[in-house]
Design a protein around this ligand. Structure first.
Ligand code: NDP
Ligand code: GDR
Length: 344
């Protein structure tokens, strides 16, 4: 039986990747950090919590000894490093914490592999945030990096360390440069889920108006379940490499808002510009969306659109879910959650 470690199992991708690996017969060790109240709601939603091939293990990503002991004890074939301080907005307020977890955390695992067993295959969760300021579109594995946030910079460090351990010590170390991927299990701090849960609360009269930041940012949004399949494929090849996963379609935050209200049967009209821009219900004229500058970032990534041709050719991977399907599934899930009084 193959053995995998998934760090960050309590997150969106951790839950979907665990589901995939269990379906393929793996034994999965999922790591979580110690807190006074750990939440496994995503594993519960997927019905995985009590799976007999899943073991949840406490692990501190900032402690090398913790990573060495983890590998020594679990003896994995594959390590998927998904744990990170993953919220770009927070990284501006907590740049050092972000560097420790998102940047150095990866190196602790790479070092642990180097010490414990160099045959262990490693996946690094890299990101389109590393492209940052637009250099060329669509972005590919060859596009120059220019990160625009402490998160992007920390991830770029981890990416280059992954490449360096591959080249220096011959480790099988893959780096997946994944563009934004969303799902009903997305955290509510990220814009898509903030929007779909906001729409659901507005429909159920628990919220009057959704407050957002930059509506002009463009993102290449895919479905998380498709993307974890790409991660898995990256560790099944003969040699490790770097791969972009993306849909090759970009939309503004504004159009995701319009799409989300439409999925709940509300026709939204836009009025005004800049911080005075508002989204109003076309029937009643009620303001349902307004701008709050609090959600603007000190430096923004304006445009992301990825070209995943390399992943398609080398891994047989392709995004399969349209943004309309994805958005609808998120709105429907949030409508149900609000209806049943669930808070996540
Ligand atoms: P989530 O924010 O949903 O999950 C992040 C995970 O990291 C959680 O399990 C979280 O644990 C854990 N974590 C946070 N801080 C720490 C810490 N100090 N020590 C240990 N674990 C910690 O992210 P996603 O699932 O969406 O993303 C998975 C990975 O992929 C991340 O590394 C992210 O940066 C990267 N990525 C994500 C993309 C996306 O669009 N989703 C795109 C490209 C890259 P806890 O529950 O305790 O907070
Ligand atoms: P991102 O995702 O920064 O791309 O990082 P997020 O959903 O947070 O922001 C996307 C864009 O929406 C704009 N925006 C807002 N964002 C949030 N969170 N809240 C708002 O109210 C709001 N209003 C407008 C943002 O400015 C931005 O332009 C995600 C994370 O999953 C990273 O971990 C991952 O690496 C990248 O995607 C790829």
């Amino acid at each position: 039986m193959k053995i995998a470690i998934v760090t960050g199992i309590t997150g969106q991708d951790g839950a979907y990747l665990t589901a995939l690996l269990l379906s393929k017969g793996y034994k999965v060790y999922g790591t979580y950090r110690r807190t006074s109240s750990v939440s496994f709601w995503r594993l519960d939603e997927l019905g995985l919590r009590e799976h007999d091939r899943l073991e949840l293990v406490e692990h501190d990503l900032t402690d090398l000894g913790s990573s060495v002991r983890l590998l020594d004890r679990c003896k994995p074939d594959e390590v998927y490093n998904l744990a990170a301080q993953s919220f770009v907005g927070v990284s501006f307020d907590q740049p050092i914490t972000t560097a420790h977890i998102t940047g150095l955390g990866a190196v602790h695992l790479l070092e642990a592999i180097r010490i414990v067993d160099r045959r262990i295959r490693y996946y690094q969760a890299s990101t389109s945030e590393m492209f940052g300021l637009v250099q060329q579109v669509p972005q590919t594995e060859q596009t120059p990096f220019y990160p625009r946030s402490p998160y992007g910079v920390a991830k770029l460090y981890a990416h280059w360390m992954t490449v360096n351990y591959r080249e220096s010590y011959g480790l099988f170390a893959a780096s997946g440069i994944l563009f934004n991927h969303e799902s009903p299990l997305r955290g509510k701090e990220f814009v898509t889920r903030k929007i779909t849960s906001g729409v659901a609360q507005i429909v159920h009269k628990k919220l009057d108006c959704l407050e957002l930041g930059n509506l002009d940012a463009r993102r290449d949004w895919g479905f998380a379940r498709d993307y974890v399949d790409g991660m898995y494929r990256m560790l099944q090849t003969v040699e490790s490499g770097t791969y972009v996963l993306a849909t090759n379609r970009t939309e503004t935050v504004r159009s995701f808002v319009t799409m989300s209200f439409a999925a709940a049967g509300i026709d939204l009209e836009w009025h005004g510009a800049g911080v005075d821009e508002q989204g109003r219900d076309a029937k009643t004229g009620k303001v349902l969306v307004r701008i709050n500058p609090r959600f603007h970032r000190p430096a923004e990534v304006d445009l992301l659109i990825g070209d995943a041709s390399h992943a398609e050719a080398a891994l047989g991977w392709k995004a399969t879910t349209s943004l309309e399907q994805l958005c609808k599934s998120m709105v429907e899930a949030d409508l149900k959650r609000v209806e049943h009084g669930f808070s996540w």
